[in-house]
Write a new protein. Structure first.
Length: 370
């Protein structure tokens, strides 16, 4: 199990590129491509069928930097153990490593500009007000860093106090909505979607257009961590897909599935994929979904812990600390949320990942029994 997981971006990238030899066993013309983003690269392995281009299986990891390590492990396991089940004669595969290479390298969710890339795919940026997220603006005292962390426990209690007052005044749902939408007003704040399209998003948009242009059907699995029940996978799909959560669960044999309103989650990459399909390639078929490996859980207590972890890590990055305990504890919690060094969780990632892939590919007729 452990060999599927990496300790650094460089190690993960090396393992990923080495998968080409295995992919070539099923796609002799398979190739790698690398696209420079800052001091890192987005790397692709592409295997295309020799005959008709019926469908494309697209797997992406690392849109949220640190979350890419679990996705890379699942991708590696898929190529090593499940790729023989893909119907190679008419179905292509495209694996993309580290959509956010800087974030993966530095163990952060955001990129080098503090942009949450999954809030950067804004469809109509010209008509988007900078203060579109009214709830966030009201609660910015919680979400925007406000000075050096002098004492870890004091900083925690300070944020807990703000969170508590926020719940009382605006309600927990309002806080969650402020987080989910993303914001475009405070560059140092958490959940920042950026003032313009980031290079990673521009490149991924090109991939979306290219694959929809050349294939009749795309099945896109984008791997993430943190949200959802602990040690379980949750499928997250834009309402543009047209199916509700119960239908998704039944179709794919999944325990957990949810949908989101594009108006409540601005700049999501999978929703942008549907937008491209709907406006440019209406005759094509598309399934584009996030798959989240849960860590903290789904209780209110877990959600508050998530807020606290995200806020403190962002403040530590921008403002620093004089307290060594603060640095250690904040980084420890951040890792626990997005890439736990926990054997039980990592075993669940591989087990749940493999099962989810099999169910989705069978439902989409991309799988065959050997």
């Amino acid at each position: 199990m452990s060999h599927y997981f990496s300790k650094s971006y460089e190690e993960s990238r090396e393992k990923f590129l080495a998968l080409l030899d295995t992919v070539k066993q099923y796609y002799p013309s398979a190739r790698t491509m690398s696209h420079s983003i800052g001091d890192g690269t987005i790397d692709l392995i592409i295997g295309e069928p020799p005959g008709s281009r019926e469908s494309m299986l697209l797997m992406t990891i690392g849109e949220h930097g640190i979350e890419g390590y679990a996705g890379a492990a699942v991708t590696h396991q898929f190529v090593a153990e499940q790729l023989p089940h893909v119907r190679h004669e008419s179905i292509g595969v495209c694996f993309i490593h580290a959509v956010n290479p800087w974030g993966m390298k530095h163990f952060r969710r955001v990129n080098e500009h503090n942009v949450d890339l999954n809030r950067n795919y804004v469809i109509d940026r010209e008509s988007l007000p900078r203060n579109v997220n009214k709830e966030y603006e009201v609660m910015r005292h919680m979400f925007v860093p406000d000075g050096v962390i002098d004492d870890y426990h004091e900083a925690r209690e300070h944020i807990y106090s703000f969170l508590g007052s926020g719940i009382k005044l605006d309600g927990f749902d309002a806080m969650t909505a402020a987080k989910g939408m993303g914001q475009y007003q405070f560059p140092k704040g958490v959940y920042y979607g950026g003032e313009s399209d980031e290079p990673s998003a521009i490149f991924m948009k090109e991939i979306q257009y290219d694959l929809l242009d050349r294939y009749d059907r795309i099945v896109h699995m984008d791997w993430h961590t943190a949200l959802g029940p602990t040690n379980e996978v949750t499928m997250v799909v834009s309402e543009r897909d047209g199916r509700d959560a119960e239908t998704l669960k039944q179709t794919y044999g999944l325990k957990n599935a949810k949908t989101f309103d594009p108006n409540d989650v601005l700049g999501d990459s999978t929703n942008h994929f549907y937008y491209v399909r709907d406006t440019k390639f209406p005759d094509k078929q598309l399934v584009s979904a996030l798959f989240e490996f849960g860590t903290f859980g789904t209780s209110t207590k877990a959600s508050i812990r998530e807020f606290l972890t995200i806020i403190l890590e962002n403040r530590l990055y921008f403002e620093g600390t004089k307290d060594p305990t603060a640095r250690n504890e904040i980084q420890k919690e951040f890792m626990a949320m997005f890439y736990p060094d926990d054997a039980q969780w990592r075993e669940a990632v591989l087990r749940e990942g493999a099962t989810t892939i099999e169910h989705v590919l069978k439902a989409e007729s991309l799988w065959r029994e050997r």
